[in-house]
Design a binder for this molecule. Sequence first.
Ligand SMILES: O=C(O)CCC(=O)C(=O)O
Length: 208
Amino acid sequence: MVQETLFSAGEDVVLRPVPEGLARTALGQGAWLDFRPGWVGGAGELFSRLERTVPWRAERRPMYERMVDVPRLSCFYDEGVALPDPAVEEMRDALSEHYAPELGEPLQTVGFCLYRDGEDSVAWHGDRIGRSSHVDTVVAIVSLGETRRFLLRPRGGGRGPARRFEVSAGDLLVMGGSCQRTWEHAIPKSRRPTGPRISVQFRPWGVR
Ligand SMILES: O=C(O)CCC(=O)C(=O)O
């Protein structure tokens, strides 16, 4: 359904119609990627609010038989949990309205990641914890703050070149179809001086 009006998602934050300016790239093997630059107006205001209000957590995980810091902060809101900002609720609802007819279910969970500087990153992975290990799904990501490089490659890296997107404040990037099983994505470290970036991820239940 085409949205004809802009959502006003709280003070100075505006969601533009999702389909306007949305471009789909078929990645092969049933995977696709939608990119919609500048979906969120007032992205700077929303960044400041979320940086303040999300209860950011540092995690550690095992690597080569020792525990290491995960190089970003994060926070996950499962379905039914109150979100930290009304604009995020409006984003979830607008994305659900657009993608549910194709996906067959709404987007319900919200993950937040804070990349504090260019040293923060996420390595190659697919979101394959839960149902996405065996069914097609949609993971929609809104970027706020500093522009970072978002890379995609076929799973395992062997079958073709990586695709590269520069994701900037307010941009919407959506991975769909088999993308989490057949492709991997990463935010590499950046060598240049880099300010903080928040990514907001929207997924259906049972997908991580
Ligand atoms: O920060 C991003 O845009 C990517 C986040 C991501 O890949 C993840 O949390 O699984």
